[in-house]
Design a protein around this ligand. Structure first.
Ligand code: NAD
Length: 491
């Protein structure tokens, strides 16, 4: 259990201004906004509320720093990332507590995010020195073709609230490695982790203006001027599909390079030959990690009719055993949802499914009292018309539907405009290969409920997004390809 004293000490030591250049400052409007603890509803602290003029000042700083930053050696950029990686680990307890306070997840989960989030910095510290190109002779022999890479330029990074550290490092890591300057706009529900991260980067030697941070309660208004300013060259967004669609339209004004990590509706398939214990373990991980508030969260459980009853009963047992509470308390597994709106959405989706005939084998209700808690819930007999199968739940609810044939399962899995993650449990290699070829998804986990890995390309197809983060692909999102034709007439 963390003490109130620890929480106070941490909150009192945090920067809560805007970071523009190397300076922490108040907003041009003089306004600040509140950050809440979703487990209690109480205000944790207040943060400077960036106005449009602050966004422009941040772009001034990023644009002014871009040329010198691009000229730094890859090794020196890699070493900054490495120092930041080590500093996050050195302050792992602070980062974990901060995420639990502002977002709600249990401390053990926040600690996992610290390790996962920091790993992007180590990974890209190693990628910084592997940016390469190619050299070839033109087919007619008359010239040499040189292909090189250079940083895209100043980038706007917009992140969601659900993984306050990892969603930022997954963008900052490759941007630093590539030599891009940045403006980070964190989610207004969870700006504190980004502010501590920015301080860590300054301490690690990141030059002034390379990373600017502008928390704001008016995201659309504040970022609007950036989309008509030709100095901005890149948008990397993680968030919901509707907001992503709006931003893609805005990005067309100056034809920005875009990376879009959007919403999901992951199917979790359990075939009749699956190891059911492993499938239940995987389902608990894929559904309850981050209280179900993950874009990769299993959203629909498609289970073969021969094993559905056993699977559902076991899953319900595991969900019922989870301890619900404030994430800072010992033994708590499931924290609150992030705000009232999120809990209301989960409640409405479950109620709609139950109205249409579903049965709650576990949970099925809000937890009364302070905070935005919802019980881990398993639903069976979910009607095809239930909204919960079409919408991203973003909460600890597992709707189960059954299937008979592989074709039926694949068709159901693909029957969504999203295509971010999918999970499948089976021991049949031929089926695994068919699934990897036929499921419309950017990522597929076989016999495991865990998919994210900084060394792998994370991203979706269809309305789940454009581009990839992590892996060797991640840095490419921040690099332009330049081709030089060098005349070389025959001697
Ligand atoms: P959101 O789309 O509401 O907000 C995301 C970010 O965009 C926030 O920082 C928000 O302030 C900002 N924003 C909102 N409207 C904006 C506008 N008009 N102009 C500029 N910025 C704007 O999403 P959220 O509720 O914070 O996060 C949950 C969503 O994120 C879910 O749909 C989830 O699937 C998705 N997500 C996707 C991934 C992925 O990698 N694909 C990862 C995590 C979360």
């Amino acid at each position: 259990m963390t003490t109130a004293l620890n929480e106070e000490r941490l909150l009192a030591s945090l920067p809560t201004g805007l970071l523009i250049g190397a300076e922490w400052r108040e907003s041009a409007s003089g306004r600040r906004f509140d950050v809440h603890d979703p487990a209690t509803g109480q205000i944790l602290t207040t943060v400077a509320d960036a106005a449009p003029a602050d966004a422009e000042a941040a772009l001034d700083a990023a644009a002014a720093a871009q040329r010198d930053w691009a000229a730094t050696s890859p090794r020196s950029r890699g070493e900054i990332l490495r120092r930041a990686f080590e500093a996050i680990h050195a302050r792992a307890d602070d980062f974990a507590l901060l995420m639990t306070l502002e977002m709600g997840k249990a401390l053990a989960e926040s600690r996992s995010e610290v390790a996962y989030g920091a790993e992007f910095l180590r990974w890209f510290s190693e990628e910084a020195v592997r940016i390469d190109g190619r050299y070839s002779t033109a087919p007619d022999g008359g010239s040499r073709l040189l292909v090189t890479k250079r940083p895209v330029g100043p980038a706007l990074l917009i992140t969601p609230w659900n993984f306050p550290l990892a969603m930022a490092t997954r963008k900052i890591g490759p941007a630093v490695a590539a030599g891009c300057t940045m403006i980070l706009k964190p989610a207004d529900l969870t700006p504190l982790t980004s502010l501590l991260l920015a301080q860590v980067f300054l301490d690690a030697g990141l030059p002034a203006g390379v990373l600017n941070v502008i928390p704001t309660s008016t995201a659309a208004l504040t970022t609007a001027p950036l989309f008509s300013d030709p100095r901005l060259r890149k948008l990397s967004f993680t968030g919901s599909t509707p907001v992503g669609q709006k931003l893609l339209q805005q990005a067309s004004t100056t034809v920005l390079r875009t990376s879009m990590e959007l919403g999901g509706n992951a199917p979790f398939l359990v075939f009749a030959d699956a190891d059911i214990d492993a499938a239940v373990d995987g389902a608990v991980a894929a559904k309850l990690r981050n209280i179900g508030e993950a874009c990769t969260a299993a959203n629909r459980f498609l289970v073969h009719e021969d094993v559905a009853e056993t699977f559902a009963a076991e899953l319900a047992k595991r969900f019922t055993a989870k301890a619900i509470g404030r994430g800072t308390e010992d033994g708590v597994d499931i924290g609150p949802l992030v705000d009232e709106r999120s809990r209301e959405k989960v409640r409405a989706l479950v109620d709609d499914a139950v109205d249409k005939g579903a049965t709650a084998l576990a949970g099925g209700a809000v937890v009364p009292g302070a905070g935005w808690f919802y019980q881990p819930t398993v639903l069976t007999g979910v009607s095809a018309s239930a909204r919960i199968l079409d919408e991203e739940i973003f909460g600890p609810v597992a709707p189960i539907v059954t299937f008979r044939t592989d074709d039926e399962a694949i068709e159901a899995a693909n029957g969504t405009p999203f295509g971010l993650a999918a999970y499948a449990f089976t021991r049949d290699l031929g089926r695994i290969i068919r699934l990897s070829e036929q499921l419309e998804t950017g990522m597929l986990a076989i016999n495991t409920g865990v998919i994210s890995n900084p060394a792998a390309p994370f991203g979706g197809v269809k309305q789940s997004g454009l581009g990839r983060e992590g892996g060797s692909e991640g840095i490419e999102e921040y690099l332009e390809t330049v081709y030089v034709n060098i005349a070389q007439p025959a001697a």
